[in-house]
Design a protein around this ligand. Structure first.
Ligand code: NAP
Length: 244
């Protein structure tokens, strides 16, 4: 797909990995519909930085835990641009306390709503507005830790496992005009609040390539997936070999 002039909707696009995806898409010539939740100040900076590339960038806030609010996102983007060509399901939550024994119904419902139900609702609305015969692209942001089935981050893992499977199912369901691919991230950014040596220590101890990734590396891989027209159902682990 030629990216110049396309309209891309990125969830959680204000900060961190989502911001890098927004800026890379803007640099590639896409107009942006930047969804955010609570990052009302950072999103304005991201919007302004995206605009530096000469594309349009609009921002839109919605709580992805709220199904009705989530269902208004794609229509809002269509109001703005008339269509959406690219959907990037980036937003997610990753609670620190998330064990089999400690998780409760509230945590379960919230994680599944934000991490899996929202991508489902957005993908459904996105697919419905692609005109017959025209191309669309969905990118899901997964977690490479799923390549090793251990029970850390219990409910989070289940939500991302669902999104992993949904990527492959929708690749079938939405072919031939809409392709559905994903990136599965390893150590890209430290959790908020982690100390400055966190990623370096982790890289030395656990990553075969002995370094952490970066949001820019994620963005390069996403652009690659978007530009290719013979890839669907592809999930690229970006983890330096950590979860092999
Ligand atoms: N960072 C890593 O190394 C790493 C590793 C593995 C996988 N991943 C995956 O990569 C993606 C991005 O990671 P990240 O570290 O950049 O994530 P992050 O810093 O935790 O940011 C999460 C994003 O999701 C949005 N979000 C969360 N809950 C929301 C809600 N209820 N409503 C609306 N938006 C909501 C946030 O928006 P607001 O700030 O505007 O509220 C934020 O932009 C996620 O899918 C994550 O699971 C990241």
């Amino acid at each position: 797909m030629e990216l110049k002039g396309k309209v891309a909707l990125v969830t959680g696009g204000a900060i961190r990995v989502g911001r890098a995806l927004v800026l890379a898409l803007a640099e590639a010539g896409c107009h942006l519909f930047i969804h955010y939740g609570r990052s009302a100040l950072p999103v304005r900076e991201t919007q302004a930085d995206a605009g530096q590339f000469g594309v349009e960038a609009h921002i839109y806030s919605a709580d992805l835990a709220d199904a009705a609010a989530t269902q208004r996102i794609v229509p809002a983007a269509i109001d703005r641009y008339g269509r959406v060509d690219i959907l990037v399901n980036n937003a997610a939550i990753f609670p620190e306390e998330d064990t089999f024994r400690a998780s409760d119904l509230g945590a379960w419902d919230r994680l599944f709503a934000i991490n899996l139900r929202a991508p489902f609702l957005l993908s459904q609305a996105f697919a419905a507005q692609i005109p017959a015969g025209e191309q669309g692209k969905i990118i899901n942001v997964l977690d490479a830790r799923l390549r090793q089935p251990v029970p850390d981050h219990f409910v989070y893992r289940l939500t991302k496992a669902g999104l992993w499977t949904m990527t492959e199912m929708l690749a079938h369901e939405l072919a031939p005009h809409i392709s559905v691919n994903a990136v599965a991230l390893g150590a890209i950014l430290p959790p908020p609040g982690a100390n400055s040596g966190y990623l370096e220590d982790l890289a030395q101890a656990q990553i075969p390539l002995k370094r952490a990734g970066s949001p820019q590396i994620v963005a390069q891989n996403v652009l690659h997936l978007l530009r290719q027209d013979f890839l669907t159902g592809v999930i690229i682990p970006i983890d330096g070999g950590q979860f092999l």
